[in-house]
Design a protein around this ligand. Structure first.
Ligand code: PLP
Length: 412
């Protein structure tokens, strides 16, 4: 069934509708997995060609200076900063989210040496938990207190011994969105610092790190920022903490004078102290072009459309797939949810494989979560309608029962 006129009218009236032209999206595909890997922005093809043919092949080593390769963590950080509400000198694009978490947690602990606890979420993205445990294993006096294991809420776990609270802005499974201002204030009230993981919010909603007084943040550039598979992450440190930043991965890129090649380590002033070593320049160049896709984009309008898309998806699924044993796993209230909608289904993996085979691409998270991401830069209201139509068909015909859909791939 084709989308009704009122749905088509919403796309026709959408002020962000033309942004889809900035991306390469395969014909016939409804791509609802930008919460995992964003599609290729068209500008990336030229940018990489320039970086490979002109700079690497042509200018070779001169490009570290001439093309600004060495300064890319800072220059890209400055370009990304407005999207997360930070100052240009407060953000670096470098390394992976996991490595940046490690460095930021250590830097936060060094700023609160008299305190002995990290507060985090048991159900947070596993790398956050694993890295927090890894940091804990380097110090015998450090405790990890987890929401979901040691208490029901983060707030009740924060006390005078808490050095840092590590928290996901948007939950990767359920899409629950935290109140950044309130939780940051709660941490500060107890004298603790806070480190936000923005992987599932950067690029899809306005974020106000500085306004909220956040201390640290990390995030990735391959989801809603569309930087490409394995693109480096970013880290943020509030300016007030820049003097005397200390982290243990003291590679030469974090030295005050890296080309002095001194045997003695002296940390760079400012946020450069959070760097480590040589960065993947070609991947960083893809991010340069990916950020161009945000030029002139009003993030408040992005958020408004994101809420409208997810609202429509939930309403249509509940209306048209009623009785299909789908259970909403995302918050019902749009203001409390990210740009993803999650539903539980006992056979969620097979259902998602059947959807993908029919051109509706989302993903699956164990044990039973179907995730659908709605990136307002390239997803429209008719896409939502059509995706629900395919879902209805898969559930009604039980097409997911085909054995082929039960076979698990490594990446789900
Ligand atoms: C919330 C969150 N944090 C961290 C990561 C992963 O970090 P890394 O780039 O180190 O693999 C992800 C990846 O999906 C994520 O969703």
């Amino acid at each position: 069934m084709a989308p009704p006129p009122e749905i088509l009218a919403r796309d026709a009236d959408d002020p962000l509708g033309r942004l889809r032209e900035r991306f390469h999206l395969p014909d016939g595909l409804i791509y609802l997995d930008g919460n995992s890997l964003g599609p290729a922005p068209l500008s990336v093809f030229d940018e990489l060609q320039k970086a490979i043919a002109g700079e690497w092949a042509g200018d070779l080593i001169a490009s570290w200076n001439k093309a600004g390769w060495f300064a890319l963590p800072q220059t890209l950080g400055a370009r990304l900063a407005p999207l997360i509400g930070a100052g240009a000198d407060e953000v670096l694009v470098c390394d992976t989210v996991s490595i940046n978490l490690f460095k930021c947690l250590h830097a936060a602990l060094a700023l609160r040496p008299e305190r002995h606890a990290i507060v985090a979420e048991q159900a947070g993205f596993p790398t956050d938990l694993y890295i927090a445990s890894g940091v804990g294993s380097t110090r015998s006096d450090l405790a990890l207190r987890l929401q979901g294991r040691d208490g029901d809420t983060l707030e009740e776990l924060i006390d005078g011994d808490t050095a840092v609270v590590l928290v996901n802005h948007v939950d990767y499974r359920t899409s629950a969105l935290r109140d950044m201002a309130a939780l940051t204030a709660r941490a500060h009230q107890a004298g603790a610092l806070i480190l936000w993981d923005l992987c599932h919010s950067a690029g899809v909603m306005p974020i106000a790190l500085d306004e909220c007084g956040a201390d640290f943040a990390v995030g990735c550039s391959y989801k809603y920022l569309n930087g490409g598979p394995g693109a480096p992450g970013f880290l943020h440190v509030a300016r007030g903490h820049h003097g005397g930043l200390s982290q243990p991965l003291t590679g030469w890129w974090s030295h005050a004078d890296p080309f002095a090649f001194s045997p003695d380590y002296v940390a760079a002033p400012g946020i450069a102290a959070m760097l480590t070593g040589t960065q993947p320049i070609l991947s960083m160049r893809a991010i340069v072009a990916a950020l161009d896709a945000f030029d002139g984009v009003d993030m408040a309008a992005v958020r408004a459309k994101s809420m409208a898309l997810t609202e429509l998806f939930i309403a249509l699924v509940e209306e048209r797939c009623a009785g299909a044993e789908l259970e909403l796993a995302a918050p019902r209230e749009a203001t409390r949810r990210g740009s993803q909608v999650s539903f539980r289904h006992e056979q969620g993996y097979a259902v998602m494989q059947a959807l993908i085979a029919r051109g509706v691409v989302g993903d699956f998270r164990a044990p039973d979560i179907l995730r659908f991401g709605f990136a307002p830069l390239y997803i429209g209201f008719a896409d939502v309608w059509n995706a629900v139509e395919v879902l209805r068909n898969v559930l009604e015909t039980q097409a997911w029962r085909d054995f082929a859909y039960a076979r698990r791939s490594g990446v789900t």
